[in-house]
Design a protein around this ligand. Structure first.
Ligand SMILES: [Zn+2]
Length: 337
């Protein structure tokens, strides 16, 4: 299958971090305003792109922080949201798109912004994109698990107060050393309020990873799992996830770049798919990882043998389990959901 045919497949993406999917041209335009000079393509890539598996966390962290510096005004937030939708639609033929962001991450270092202003700007960008393109977009609010529990509670309240414009709540950041269970009361409250629940877990290559997935489902009421890739090592956990019909938001390129898996070829996507688990295809941080959804589909086709109908099957899974309302989704989706 050629890339042109892969592009034609109508896609749904349910795991994409808004803060880390900035368009390169926009980064190049904005960065100098914040004291980051990018005289050439190499400087840009060195400061903002991760294109080989991470070794030291420090250099990666700096790339995140440089990107964070740019998220400095309502105007910029509206613009990057609109552009993320536009690029997903025009480049990858994505018709259902969930974007997630952490209000605490966006606000950090920006005294002029608060949660309300941040969210209003992002919603504005999203609505403008929905008016311009034949797509359905939803926003997920992220709790950073590295935060004190009190701040996590404030984020939960914020998400519930804005449940008309958020479709879900997520727990993100490094799970190793940051147990998810203390966050359970917040997630159960959000679930009760009608928000979809997704939890980053089972991502890192550590022995306990499959157990983290079970915790997310049992204690936090996860409807979906962000990554969950490591359950391939534990057939019992694969059966558990399959029986509970919990979809996995898999991000092959991201898993390779964060060293969650050793090579692109070693990704267990097909093993999980063949086992009957609802596997969805996503970019995670498309901007910083320099990858779009077409490329993720192409990788699975070329290296793992998924054919067009397999890929459409995974796109249908993503469309089906997206937290966006069924009516809104069906309006843009070519097949019956
Ligand atoms: Zn993620």
């Amino acid at each position: 299958m050629e890339m042109s045919e892969i592009k034609q497949i109508v896609k749904a993406e349910i795991h994409s971090h808004l803060e880390l999917c900035l368009r390169p041209a926009t980064i190049k335009e904005l960065a100098p305003q914040f004291g980051i000079e990018l005289p050439n393509e190499q400087t840009f890539r060195d400061r903002f792109i991760i294109d080989e598996p991470m070794k030291d966390l420090g250099s990666v962290l700096n790339k995140f922080l440089d990107t964070q510096k740019l998220l400095a005004s309502e105007e910029i937030l509206e613009r990057i949201t609109y552009e993320a939708c536009e690029d997903a639609y025009k480049i990858s033929n994505t018709k259902i798109l969930e974007l997630r962001y952490a209000p605490t991450f966006v606000q950090q270092g920006h005294e002029n912004l608060n949660f309300e202003k941040i969210h209003a700007a992002i919603v504005k960008g999203m609505k403008k994109a929905e008016a311009d393109f034949d797509m359905a977009v939803g926003l997920i609010c992220i709790i950073q698990r590295i935060l004190p529990v009190k701040e996590a509670e404030a984020v939960t309240d914020f998400a519930i107060d804005h449940k008309e414009t958020f479709v879900g709540l997520d727990l993100a950041d490094n799970e190793v050393g940051f147990d998810s269970k203390p966050f359970a009361p917040f997630f159960l409250r959000a679930k009760k309020a009608g928000l979809g629940i997704t939890v980053h877990s089972g991502e890192a290559d550590v022995p306990k990873a499959p157990r983290y997935v079970q915790d997310a489902i049992e204690y936090l009421g996860a409807d979906r799992i962000g990554h969950g890739v490591q359950i391939y090592r534990d057939e019992k956990m694969m059966s558990y996830v399959k029986e509970k019909q919990i979809p996995l938001e898999l991000c092959p390129t991201s898993n390779w770049l964060t060293s969650a898996i050793s090579t692109k070829e070693a990704h267990p996507f097909k093993q999980l798919y063949d086992f009957g688990i609802m596997t969805t295809i996503n970019t995670d941080d498309g901007g910083i990882f320099d990858v779009n959804l077409n490329q993720e589909y192409e990788l699975l086709h070329r290296l793992h043998g998924l054919d067009r109908s397999d890929l459409e099957h995974c796109a249908d899974y993503a469309a089906k389990v997206s937290f966006i309302s069924p009516e809104k989704k069906q309006k843009v989706w070519p097949r019956k959901l």
